[in-house]
Design a protein around this ligand. Sequence first.
Ligand code: SAM
Length: 350
Amino acid sequence: MKSLIDKLEFNRILSKEEFTFLLSNFNEETSEYLFEKAIKTAKTYFGNSIYTRGLIEFTNYCKNDCYYCGIRRSNPDIERYHLSKEDILSCCSNGYSLGFRTYVLQGGEDMSYSDEDIAEIVSAIKREFPDCAVTLSIGERSYESYERYFKAGADRYLLRHETANPQHYGLLHPKVQTALNRQQCLKDLKKIGYQVGTGFMVGSPYQTRSDIAEDLLFIKDLAPEMIGIGPFIPHHATPFANFPQGSLNLTLFLIGLLRLMIPNSLIPATTALGTIDPNGREKGILAGANVVMPNLSPVKVRKKYSLYDNKICTGEEAAECRLCLQNRMKNIGYNLAVDRGDFVPLEKIN
Ligand code: SAM
């Protein structure tokens, strides 16, 4: 197993069989061996700095019906909300004074915002905060829509592929949603010039180790600038309410593998990781992640953006997520950077 990790570090890729073998047989010793290399790799590119992204969850309306997600269209038990442009700008302004230089606008696929609305929100943020990056995470759109947001100033786009295996994708989504379309969206985003993020849930229902190996190969092939993975966590009002949550150790192991596979990629220690373990985000950094995404949404809407049960940072006490994370990172020897935290291609580093 250690020689496979050495091989991954050297070649930046393994075969599907080798990944499947590692994922099926890793243990504490293998993980420690991997994390040491992953931390060293992350430090080569980012030192002790952790990039931050201010997450603004601006709508929980969604036209989709993903079986795992708490804000799916068919969940009648949540109070829906969406933020106005002014609300969003006020989150950004609060974030700017706290030291954020990237805003991530994430939401369900809420068609009440037209392309023009989204473009106007993006350009208003760029006008007011020209030194900040804007990331969109609003799901599957047409090439023309993505192009329009890009021209308005959007820099980055997060769209997890969820699972690279089309059969598995079909078990997680209704028929109208396809792996093919999601993957096409990722190609479109790359072509347009966005810094692109993809990823998947670890331990989603019916996922096999071989599916995860396919996810790793898909990611290597796409070469995204950002890679977000987090454990699947059940939500009580979804068809997957009774499935077990994803494993902490497997998620951490995967972060380590991803760091060796694409060494300069931007990998967050996600909120989902912090939800399944009180020190999950610190553990994510110590497995090779280099980004955290504190919540910047108005406190009054945070509980309503419930993708899964028991999500952290939704109460009044968590109003200043950045300060909390700053302390958490300091405790493990890292500091939060006040920086856009753009992706830097390897050829520009070496
Ligand atoms: N609508 C956009 C999209 O489809 O990309 C962005 C919002 S969507 C809710 C963001 C991500 O949340 C999804 O890509 C999915 O991986 C994650 N997610 C949804 N439900 C989850 C759950 N029950 N456990 C963990 N992650 C979940």
